[in-house]
Design a protein. Structure first.
Length: 357
């Protein structure tokens, strides 16, 4: 296997010059640079990043720990992270903590032992061990999707974090349904303990209050952020003595669950039950009726997490920042609105109205 010394000899330059060409650490005259690149090509030289890491103490890698990678929301986040990391010359090590605090702590330690330069983590509902570990080892970290405050609950962030707005878009779904005349609007809420769940519940309550509707606790059922939970929660809501006439589902997986329960019972949307959901997904416009949804900027969330992490690596001591990105309201027909004449939105990116009122 060719070494850097072989490249230097073949190009007639010093090993240091080869290193500067490879790492862009100092300007090298175009002629010399080309000679080095030619020698690399000719000898089939591949840089040994492990050897380089021993010198620089940097691996140019990022550890990414997100649960539910198969959920399209997280898959898109992953695409955003990967593209941004690559753009900046970083590679990824990926782990799935399965939303389990014990497993989460374990996989984060494994990534840390691999000496990733920093980590992007979507924390579980009980991130205490995770937070203690990252803090103790001073791991440069960005929390993604779920935000975590200090134990004092004073609103200060422990780590840099990036998430989508959750409350205001949920309010928007509720007031939209209320505007269509619904007075009993149910919420299939996510897994308790996640900030996204809390914020979407807050948004739901604000929506009811803004529409002057009473708040009936029985209309809020947790679906655990998964399809099976969404099925159960929807079944529970439909079994109420006075069931809801409209439903808000707080993520894509629970929407699938809700639709399954409705189909099993022979109920139609929006005829028997109007439906608005958090999360748009690639095929939401193929459902019949097409789903009125809140679209999260998932790829951008991933890219922003990488940018925050790189800023942190460049300035380790600056105060932690929380970045919240807006969502888009995608108005289709599952809410009960008629197809708008002359307008048939076919893709999730069409018909977006940014933060409309
Ligand atoms: N958080 C936010 N949005 C989501 C999630 C989640 O865990 N799952 C699907 N959409």
């Amino acid at each position: 296997m060719a070494t850097m010394a072989d490249v230097a000899r073949s190009a007639g330059v010093s090993v240091a010059t080869v290193s500067h060409v490879l790492n862009d650490t100092r300007p090298v005259r175009p002629h010399t640079r080309q000679a080095v690149l030619d020698a690399i090509e000719e000898l089939g030289y591949t840089p040994n990043t492990l050897a380089r890491s021993l010198v620089t103490s940097r691996t140019r890698s990022i550890g990414l720990a997100v649960s539910a990678i198969s959920n399209p929301y997280f898959t898109e986040i992953l695409q955003g992270v990967e593209a941004a990391a690559l753009e900046h010359g970083y590679s990824l090590l990926i782990a799935d903590p399965h939303d389990d605090p014990v497993h989460e702590r374990k996989v984060v330690q494994l990534l840390h032992e691999r000496r990733v330069d920093g980590m992007i983590v979507a924390p579980s509902a009980d991130p205490r061990d995770l937070v203690a570990y990252l803090g103790r080892h001073r791991v440069p970290t960005v929390f993604l999707d779920r935000v975590v405050g200090t134990p004092e609950g004073d609103g200060t962030a422990l780590f840099d974090q990036v998430c989508a707005e959750s409350a205001e878009p949920t309010t928007r779904l509720v007031t939209h349904l209320a505007g269509l005349g619904h007075r009993r609007i149910g919420l299939v809420a996510g897994r308790p303990g996640l900030s996204t769940t809390r914020e979407r519940i807050t948004g739901y309550r604000h929506g009811l209050a803004a529409a002057g509707l009473p708040h009936d606790e029985r209309l809020l059922v947790h679906g655990d952020s998964e399809a099976a939970g969404g099925e159960r929660a929807t079944a529970a809501l439909l079994s109420l003595a006075v069931p809801p006439t409209a439903l808000v589902t707080a993520n894509n997986a629970m929407t699938i669950g809700a639709l399954r329960t409705l189909r099993e019972r022979g109920l139609t949307v929006p005829g028997d039950l109007a439906l608005c959901c958090f999360d748009d997904f690639a095929w939401a416009d193929l459902f019949s009726p097409r789903l009125t949804a809140v679209a999260q900027p998932s790829r951008e969330l991933g890219a922003q997490a990488v940018r925050l992490l790189l800023e942190r690596l460049a300035a380790p001591d600056r105060p932690a920042r929380t970045v919240r990105l807006p969502c888009a309201f995608v108005h289709r027909t599952s809410c009960g609105c008629p197809e708008r004449s002359g307008h048939t939105a076919q893709s999730p990116t069409e018909a977006h109205e940014r933060n409309p009122q």
